[in-house]
Design a protein around this ligand. Structure first.
Ligand SMILES: [Zn+2]
Length: 64
């Protein structure tokens, strides 16, 4: 981690983008918010898309 990054993190500590709780690294989500959106599952793919064997959705894209 560069000195500039350390100084920036000291002035602006990394925070969860959803609730603002402090997190370890920039871009991380806190465990509560991540658990609320992280629901990986297989979804239906359009029959016309033949080059994919499956499609997956990793999170819910609403709310936070
Ligand atoms: Zn959060």
């Amino acid at each position: 981690m560069s000195l500039i990054t350390q100084l920036f993190n000291l002035l602006y500590p990394p925070r969860c983008p959803s609730c603002g709780a402090m997190v370890a690294h920039d871009g991380d989500w806190c465990p509560a918010c991540l658990a609320a959106i992280w629901h990986p599952r297989r979804i239906n793919k359009p029959p016309a898309v033949r080059h994919l064997s499956a499609c997956y959705c990793l999170a819910d894209y609403r709310g936070a």
